[in-house]
Design a protein around this ligand. Structure first.
Ligand code: HEM
Length: 119
């Protein structure tokens, strides 16, 4: 995976997927965009910056299907004991962030695609 490019295109792909899966979000996004952008002249940095709904869709897409999920790779630099599991120096580790991002502890109805939760 190439930093900055595969990540960005991966996010756009998964956003399109979630919009397809959630037509009510797609409809609301169209409304929000149409209210703000009425002509080409309205495509300004300020207007785009204020389209917060798109930002929430990005966050929610990254939470449930981000392109780097399960890709945090590390190597132990010293011997560790992690929750009673010994991890020897030099061991390669994959940090899986999905359990946290789908945890009831942090997100109500975690498997629902709900951009408003980022408001
Ligand atoms: C949605 C888009 C993006 C996602 C999901 C993403 C995800 C990530 C993640 C998870 C890491 C941490 C990797 C690790 O520590 O093992 C990272 C690091 C990094 N990303 Fe991105 N990234 C995105 C966009 C970008 C863009 C657009 C750029 C550059 C223009 C970029 C440049 C970098 C750099 C330089 C690092 C290394 C930072 C460091 O270790 O100090 N990323 N990215």
């Amino acid at each position: 995976m190439i930093a900055g490019t595969d990540t960005t295109s991966g996010l756009l792909q998964i956003m399109i997927y979630f919009l397809g899966e959630n037509p009510h979000v797609w409809t609301k996004l169209r409304e929000v965009v149409n209210q703000t952008i009425k002509s080409d002249a309205d495509i300004t940095y300020e207007n785009l910056k204020n389209l917060h709904y798109i930002e929430w869709i990005q966050h929610e897409s990254l939470r449930l299907g981000g392109p780097t999920l399960g890709m945090l790779l590390r190597k132990a630099t010293k011997d560790h004991i992690l929750k009673n599991i010994p991890i020897a120096k030099g061991t390669g580790l994959i940090i899986n962030d999905l359990p946290n991002q789908c945890s009831e502890q942090y997100f109500k109805d975690p498997y629902e695609f709900r951009p408003e939760r980022w408001e």
